[in-house]
Design a protein around this ligand. Sequence first.
Ligand code: FES
Ligand code: MG
Length: 584
Amino acid sequence: MAPEHTRSGRRSQAWFGLDGKLGFVHRSKMYNQGYSASMFDGRPVIGIANSASDLAPCNAHLRQVADAVKRGVLMAGGVPFEFPTISLGETLMRPSAMQFRNLMAMDVEETLRANPLDGVVLLGGCDKTVPAQLMGALSADLPMVMVTGGPMLNGKFQGCDAGSGTHVWQFSEEVRAGRMSREDFAAAEACLSRSAGHCTTMGTASTMACLTEALGLSLPGSAAIPAVDAQRHRIAEQAGGRIVEMVAEGLVPSSVVDRRSFENAIRVNAAIGGSTNAVVHLLAIAGRAEVGVSLDDFDKLAADVPLLVDLLPSGRFLMEEFFHAGGLPAVIRELGELLHTGAATVTGRSLGENCAEAPNWRTDVVRPRAEPVHEAGGHTAVLRGNLAPDGAVIKVSAASEELVRHTGPALVFDTIEDYHAEVDAPDLPVDASTVLVVRGAGPAGYPGMPEIGNLAIPKKLLDAGVRDMVRITDGRMSGTSYGTVVLHVAPESARGGPLSLLRTGDRVTLDVPGRRIDMDVSESELRRRTAESELQGDAENPAPAGRGSGYEWLYRTHVRQADTGADFDFLVGRRGHAVPRRHL
Ligand code: FES
Ligand code: MG
């Protein structure tokens, strides 16, 4: 493309800088928006990839955030062009927003590559939108900064703070147990979402916003700013200015993120009590960046990191307090030498330099290392055993201490629908020692690896006061939930993982300290069951009806397993932003 860069060396000039018919066409049609010729004179062209959507309420306000980014781009001498991306509303999309993360990543990657852009500001917020945009942008490797949308203001209910997700799970169990009235439950519904923004707990959205910052891909301090705080718009404006500088510096994401950045993100995830979903997303993002990160890294690297941030679901507070405490820079400074402080960031300075002076105004929210919320080793444990040869994860800080070593009989459900149909039956064969298992919820099996892991406790046990049980699934769990739940079992049952051989009544042993998850079934019996299921074939044990065409087919056919991030096999890696051909 080099000869086409007629007026400057910028990528966008391969479109706007051309003379003759082609340059005419590229510029002329853009003039219909009222732009003047100087917009195309060689100044950096900055895309604003906006996932605002009325159907993704956590991202709806990104329209206003985009205006602030535009201001920053213009002030710095660039030209901003906003464009929409697919958006993924966690609460509305069926069968699971996760089924569309890779689709959104494809949209972002292809749109960046196909258009006359020199750099991009990514605007995301709700759970899957942030990893999807990062995955796409890292594969395209254009200069980029992410601006996340920020959390809502704290929910308020009956004089107390109430957190997104976490309190919903708690309230609905209270209603089932008869301790909360339906009227109060209905009243709570309107109290939890008080303003624009994403979930207020350290669920997946807040986690991914923090990890983006830890990776060095957003401006320091940006993750925790509430969506409606004026500071959110100021940092968006700054991001607009910074991306123009990054284009001039040629600072592409592949020179920002490396193995150190991902090690930092994994450690920060432990310190903030981040979502288990971050494991799947970071693995996928690392795959796009061509940085080697394995599932075991999440256990090994988190082993000496204490939980410092006292936020729901692992602790007490919500994102507004985290913001007032100083946000992620306070955590990064507190972690000190536990991080690679020399890792690069989009500011052009190192992570350590960005946070060297970061204050901590609320040591009850961001604890000093000497007084953590939870000692080191309390975060992600990666389990293996004859139930999960490729691994499974459990969030230790969300589990009950008395259950982290537990043996009990399995009660197995092939689908989440079966579970829902039977969970409240008075004669359900369970007691508190039962291990509840729901399979068929993996990436290919569901398809889309839904958040079904925090299975409701069976009604008869709930009535008897049981609040937690060992639960196992090849699906995921909402980042806002809690409980002794083994997640992301790989290989999943639908891909022939040993979870598919488990039967009701088999004894299952969870041993978190020993990092094991096993069924007490002999090798020979497992071989016999394998042979039997092969003999029975699909007729006796049909896979859930799946479409034989369309995106669902593509998803089921190409999705990888959870232990490598559930990306599509053909999307892993960096493809850059060169375009070999043009149509005119
Ligand atoms: Fe969008 Fe929680 S539902 S962030
Ligand atoms: Mg969520």
